[in-house]
Design a protein around this ligand. Sequence first.
Ligand code: RIB
Ligand code: CA
Length: 305
Amino acid sequence: MLLDCDPGLDDAVAIACALRYADVVGVSTVGGNVALDRTTANALALCDILGAGDLPVHAGHDLPMSGSLEHRAQEFHGPGGTGSVALEPSARSATSNDAVSWIIDTVRAEEGLWLVATGPLTNVAHAIQTAPDIVGRVAGVSWMGGSSTVGNTTAAAEFNCWVDPEAADIVFRAGFEHLTMVGLNITQTVRLDRAWIDQLRAEIGGTAMEVFADMLDYYEARQRTISRASGAAVHDVLAVLYVTHPQVLAGIARPVEVILAKSAARGMTLVDQRPSRNPAPANANVIEWADNLAIEQLVRDALSP
Ligand code: RIB
Ligand code: CA
């Protein structure tokens, strides 16, 4: 798989899961939770910690296709994107600052490649616009984003879609044979509680991996404070596990429309769930079930020695 991400605390856990369970050809970074310089520095530092210090990391777009962004998500992810943890800066810099070209070249070169995206779809959309042929080349796209029901950044919009709805619209209209939307309504149900994190710390304390317990502690506390729901929702992990362990998620083909109008609904993924004799053509596999306990165990196994 190719992982496009905006680390970001749950992105960090998703990177660990991807490296444990998948053949990762490389990582591209996008501006999202924090700005591109931070998401890129975090991706490089996380690869070092995870023993993947030679994995290609390509920096992409900082801003969405609209060219502007009201705010990011530092309130959940901390000012630098890794909570209160200052990761050891990597000695290396990004492999390139042209993630879009790297995505295109890699899709064209690799057979059976999955594009897994855990941030705004800006890089993926630019790649599609530049090289439409990649749509028919990829094995599929698995995106943590959107929602069949509630939003988080607004009542209607989930953050990754809210940041760049134009990009999401391009992806949903591109005609991918296998586009899976792992929406907030499902990802927010997989929550690592304090006892779970304490148990993880007991297993990884004193090792380089202990930073994951520190990051999850921060993330859990912020979510509990802001969202009033206990437990750290590791949203992005589910987009990775859909590819590596498809049995832990289930979805249904649905028509999905991205709302672009500058309104209270901008950034909403409008999922048509009506039982209809002549439904609109489905353009996505929308996840509607998760095996929460199995996912928690897969995360623990990915973070433990
Ligand atoms: O809405 C959750 C998504 O927004 C996750 O990808 C999280 O990392 C943030 O980017
Ligand atoms: Ca993310």
